[in-house]
Each structure stands twice: as structure tokens, then as C-alpha cells.
Design a protein around this ligand. Structure first.
Ligand code: WT7
Length: 623
């Protein structure tokens, strides 16, 4: 989509779900509060975020909430001093939270470890001292090439505590990609594990680090710290490598939290890059902390008895913001699972929910579609009655999968929150709250303090029902504070595509109620006979057929229509791939979307190509 045009929208989801009366009574933020917060943020954005910042501890308060003098390079809480880890740990051990569980971890083989806030505090301090002993100081970078282990959380916090900048590289990436990241980030230390368990296999990790470091320039990774997890034999280079356990054995469990400027870097994380090259985003201590804390507590309506489980890998922004920092800032219990969701069988997730009494489950549409293929037999075998809120992020949530989560997992009692945000935004931006009226497939409305809209390429709002570019007009505290590489070029990409607004790269529409519907990435828009259509709508229509588990649609060139759609489909368990079904699916699309969308071909597949974070690689299918 390039011109001053809008998108067509063909799919009309009419179902509406109202919050249960008890939810309205119990919610920490009720509809009136929400309205008041929106009004305050509309009138005085800084006042809204200042109030959110007051809920946290600062060594020194700010001179200015948001400094726009160098826009679009906005600086939040200038002059303030803080440390996010002080707020995630030290603050809690002065209260009843001291003895509360901070982290429940379950390994794939079924082993489990738990840390109270006090225990986590001690573990973080000891490792912080260990890192210092390796020469890590404020401003140094540390790469974490780690699976889902308690030590991953401890390492992130230990780095941040001493002012080092952590950068996670997803443990599913190969040595080649790790090497690329190491060359770009130039860390002083790399932290990894010998290996980990995944789908019944042991994945060797340290080996990949050795391979990646074989050919890197000098000065990268003076030390490698190795967590002992999977009992695999590894080669240790005595000049460079040490075991995590050896490093912390004699360290004291006390280490002061470094006093950081609010916009000092906290971490670097690359975008997942379904299109284009991944960009290294930098997030900082102050603004990120305020944005994540507020959105975590509000969106998930946190209660003192909650057990929060985010199934994302810590290697992605979701893991950073809502598996580690959000829950710990709020003093809640966070659950982490090492392994595969179908191991040893398709009820593993439900088993974890019932075993620990998970109350809030935050996952991805991909994950739900995967589990949905197995029907309700597995969920039925477990007690899921502790659940009270369900959420998802990452891609368009098609109504069929949304409804499955709502009905089969939530038993019609738990709101399903479809949350829209990005690595760049750091925090949830557009999302319902538990008291919102829900429409399956819609991310509903921007949170207070988020000025999102749908516009054409010149920045004019498009009318209700028409699609356009998703933009954010005003800054928000958890926005990336810097980037790796050519800052001017990256800033230009985000802020000058549509001058003066943050360009998110997604296409969306707003309905008559002001509800947002994400239609897909702007690069993936189909153009069929001049009609511009988001891929998400066609995919959602395909997936609404009872035999389809998951669908991807790409545009393929057509002499007459410019483009036509091609669908790739995985079927539910036990469904046969027949010519009849093929015909029926084409017919189904026609019924759902009308005659505009011409589907040239539908291919049945076992699996769809996805990025390691579960996003569909449309480019791979196009080729
Ligand atoms: C892109 C950002 C934020 C953590 C996960 C991904 C897509 C995200 C939704 C949603 C439709 C969504 C967008 C966005 N996306 N949430 N609720 N509905 N699409 O972070 O890897 O930075 O990807 O994910 O396309 O731009 P990310």
C-alpha cells in the first residue's frame, strides 16, 4: 500500500462479549476509572504518566516527564535516577512480598524450581558480584544466549543491577546468527547453558557459542559463563569459560543497585524481522519501567493472589516485558516453562495451569491454534478453574481461535485480551482491559496515554470501516530510547514515512465504535483488481472453516487481476485432504468475503513456515 489509498474490509465480525458483573465489581480499574484516565491523558499526557511513575521508587525524581526538544528522539524522565531492578527486587523485600514466590520454573522433563523474592534477590546479587569479578561494569554489554531457565531471569536482572546492558539472542538461533549479533553488539561477556530440553531432545547450546566465537574479531566475549542444565559434555576453554555455579559459589548475596539515569540503556533487543532486516532496539531503565509496570497492572488487573504465566520465550520482547520485568515490578508470581507445549503430549500447558493454579495466562494466537487442533479432550482432563484472565499477542487473532480460547479454556468466564504492541513500543499499546466489551478478532481500543489512529499515507484519519496505516501520534514512556546502527536512518523509517507520527508498519481499520482491527503487515497487503485487502482477513475467513487449523495467505501475480490470493492451510487432526475439501474451502471464502477475493489455489501443508517467535514467514511462501 503506497498511495493515498485505503484498504477494503470484507470481513464483518458481529459477536460481542460483555464483562461479567463480578469482573466489573472486582476490577482494580473500572470503566469509570478508565474513562477518567483517558480524559486525563488526552488533556495532559505528561500528568498521566507522571502519576504512573509515582507508583515506583526513584533515587532522584525527574526535572521533566517527557523532553520533546529533540523530537522524534523523545527523552523520558530527564534528570531522574533509578534502577529497574531496585523496583523489581529491593522494593519488595521490605514488604510482605519478601516471602512470596517470585518465580516458578518448570523444566521440560518435569523438574521444578521456585524462588521467593528474597531468594531471587540473593541469587541476583551473587551473580551481579560474579559479573563484576569478570570485569563487567556500567555500560558494558552482555549477550545472553539462553533457554528458559531461572538463570536467564537472574542474568538479566544481575546485568541491569550493575548497569550492564543485556541483549538476549534467542536460543533457537544458530551459531551463524549468534555470530552476527555478537559482532554487532560486541559484548564483554556471553552467558549460555551447556544445553536444554526441547521436545524430548537435548539441544546443545555451548557448542554453538564455541562455533560462533571461532571467527569473531578480538575483544568480543572475554568470558563465557555456562549454566549447567542438560548434563552434556562441553569443552571449556580455561582462559575464557567458567561455570555459573563456580562463579557465584563464593560471592556475597549483597550488591548495591547501580544508580542509573532514567534514559541509560537497560537492554538491546532485535525486532523479529518478518520483513526486512532485524533492527536492534534499545530500551532504558526509567521510561520502560513506568510503561511496563502500568500496562502490566492495568491490563491484567493484578491481584495479590495471582499466578501469572506468560508462555513467551524471554528472547522476545513479550518475555522481557511480561514474563520478567512486568510481573517482578508488580511483585507477582511469574511462571516459566522450559519446553515444548506438546511434550510429552498435547495437554502439557493445561497440566501446568492446574498444577500451579495459574490465574492469568498470556500466550500467542499461534500457540492457541496449535493446541486447538487437538480439540477439547486435553483441556477437559485438567482443572482450569483457577484461570480468570486470558491474553494473547503477536499476530492477528482470528475469531475462531479467539472463541476456542474463550469457550474451551476460559469456559466463558475469562475475558480474552488481544493485545497489540511491538518490540519498538516496549509495552502493550492497544488492548482491552478485563472490564472492556470484547469483539473476537479486535484489539479494541488504545490504552490510556496511547494516541493511536488509522490514517492514509498523508496522515489523514480514514473513515470508520476503511483500512489504513496504524500510527501512534504522541510519545509513550516505554518507546525505544535508541537504536543500534544508523540512528538517523532508523528514526526516518519510523517517524518520516508519515511525517510526525510513529509508523508501526501494520495496516488496520477502526469500526464505528472506534475498535481497532489489525489487518496484517503493510508489506503484505493484497491488491486484487484494485481492492486492497489485509492478509489477516482472508486468513481469518479460511480458518473459520471447521476443518481448518491454521491458514496463511500470500498474493501471487495475476495477468488480469494484478494479484490473486494463494492459501496455505493446515487441517485439524484427523481431517483428510480431499479435492472436495479444496473446492469447499474456495466456496467458503466466497461466502465469507464475497466475490472480490479470488483464491487461485489452496495448498494443504503439515506445517507452516514460521519465524522462531511464531510469526508466519510470508516471504518464504511467496518464493
Ligand atoms: C508485530 C510486532 C509485542 C510482542 C510480540 C511481537 C504483530 C503484535 C498483535 C496483535 C495483530 C499483532 C504486528 C506487530 N502483532 N500483536 N494483537 N494483533 N498483530 O513483537 O516481534 O516486535 O512484532 O507483531 O504486526 O507490528 P514483534
Amino acid at each position: 500500500m503506497d498511495h493515498k489509498e485505503t484498504l477494503d474490509s470484507l470481513l464483518h465480525e458481529m459477536r460481542v462479549f460483555r464483562p461479567l458483573p463480578q469482573m466489573l465489581i472486582d476490577a482494580g480499574v473500572n470503566p469509570q476509572d478508565l474513562r477518567a484516565a483517558r480524559e486525563l491523558a488526552d488533556i495532559d499526557l505528561c500528568a498521566y504518566w507522571e502519576e504512573a511513575a509515582e507508583e515506583l521508587d526513584w533515587f532522584t525524581k525527574w526535572d521533566k516527564v517527557c523532553d520533546s526538544s529533540d523530537a522524534p528522539h523523545f527523552r523520558w524522565f530527564t534528570g531522574a535516577r533509578c534502577n529497574i531492578v531496585y523496583n523489581a527486587l529491593d522494593r519488595h523485600i521490605e514488604t510482605v512480598n519478601k516471602n512470596r514466590l517470585a518465580l516458578i520454573w518448570e523444566g521440560e522433563p518435569g523438574d521444578s524450581r521456585q524462588y521467593t523474592y528474597y531468594e531471587l534477590y540473593r541469587a541476583v546479587n551473587r551473580f551481579a558480584n560474579g559479573l563484576k569479578r569478570l570485569g563487567v561494569t556500567k555500560g558494558d554489554r552482555v549477550v545472553l544466549y539462553m533457554p528458559q531457565l531461572p538463570e536467564t531471569v537472574i542474568s538479566m536482572l544481575a546485568c541491569a543491577r550493575i548497569g550492564a546492558v543485556h541483549s538476549l539472542v534467542f536460543s533457537g538461533f544458530s551459531a551463524r546468527l549468534l555470530r552476527e549479533r555478537l559482532c554487532e553488539i560486541k559484548p564483554r561477556v556471553v552467558i549460555t547453558a551447556d544445553g536444554f530440553y526441547r521436545n524430548g531432545q537435548v539441544i546443545r547450546l555451548k557448542e554453538e557459542v564455541d562455533r560462533a566465537l571461532l571467527s569473531t574479531p578480538d575483544g568480543i566475549a572475554e568470558s563465557v559463563v555456562v549454566v549447567h542444565r542438560a548434563n552434556v559434555e562441553v569443552e571449556m576453554d580455561s582462559a575464557r569459560d567458567c561455570w555459573y555455579a563456580d562463579l557465584v559459589r563464593h560471592e556475597r548475596p549483597h550488591a548495591p543497585a547501580e544508580i542509573m539515569a532514567a534514559d541509560d540503556p537497560l537492554f538491546i533487543l532485535h525486532t523479529s524481522g518478518t520483513t526486512g532486516k532485524p533492527k536492534g532496539m534499545v530500551h532504558s531503565h526509567g521510561g520502560y519501567m513506568v510503561g511496563v509496570h502500568r500496562t502490566f497492572k492495568w491490563v491484567f488487573d493484578l491481584k495479590p493472589t495471582d499466578i501469572f504465566w506468560c508462555s513467551a520465550d524471554p528472547g522476545w520482547i513479550t518475555g522481557h516485558s511480561y514474563l520478567v520485568y512486568g510481573p517482578l515490578l508488580a511483585g507477582t508470581t511469574t511462571v516459566m516453562y522450559e519446553g515444548h507445549s506438546l511434550y510429552p503430549q498435547a495437554d502439557r500447558m493445561w497440566n501446568i495451569v492446574s498444577k500451579y493454579g495459574v490465574t492469568i495466562f498470556y500466550t500467542s494466537p499461534t500457540q492457541i491454534r496449535t493446541l486447538m487442533r487437538f480439540g477439547h479432550r486435553y483441556p477437559d482432563q485438567h482443572d482450569l478453574s483457577t484461570l480468570r484472565i486470558l491474553g494473547a499477542v503477536g499476530e492477528p487473532f482470528n475469531p475462531e481461535a479467539w472463541l476456542w480460547l474463550y469457550e474451551i479454556i476460559g469456559k466463558g468466564q475469562c475475558p480474552v485480551l488481544d493485545t497489540w504492541w511491538q518490540t519498538e513500543t516496549g509495552m502493550i499499546m492497544i488492548s482491552p482491559m478485563p472490564v472492556s466489551v470484547l469483539k473476537p478478532g479486535s484489539v479494541t481500543r488504545p490504552l490510556p496515554g496511547v494516541d493511536a489512529d488509522v490514517v492514509d499515507s498523508e496522515g489523514n484519519p480514514v473513515p470508520a470501516g476503511k483500512g489504513g496505516f496504524l500510527v501512534i501520534r504522541k510519545p509513550w514512556p516505554a518507546m525505544f530510547s535508541d537504536v543500534l546502527g544508523d540512528r538517523a536512518e532508523v528514526m526516518d523509517h519510523y517517524w518520516n514515512r508519515i511525517p510526525g507520527m510513529f509508523y508501526a508498519g501494520d495496516v488496520a481499520r477502526k469500526d464505528e465504535d472506534g475498535y481497532f482491527w489489525i489487518q496484517g503487515r503493510a508489506d503484505d497487503v493484497l491488491n486484487i483488481s484494485g481492492h486492497r485487502i489485509g492478509t489477516a482477513e482472508v486468513e481469518s475467513a479460511l480458518a473459520s472453516h471447521p476443518h481448518v487449523a491454521e491458514a496463511v495467505v500470500v498474493g501471487v501475480p495475476d495477468k488480469i487481476k494484478g494479484q490473486v490470493a494463494k492459501g496455505y492451510v493446515t487441517l485439524k487432526h484427523g481431517v483428510e485432504r480431499t479435492d472436495d475439501l479444496h473446492r469447499e474451502l474456495k466456496e467458503h471464502i466466497r461466502r465469507e468475503l464475497g466475490p472480490i477475493v479470488v483464491v487461485r489455489a489452496i495448498e494443504f501443508c503439515d506445517d507452516l513456515p514460521k519465524t522462531s517467535s511464531g510469526k508466519i514467514l510470508r516471504t518464504a511462501l511467496k518464493e
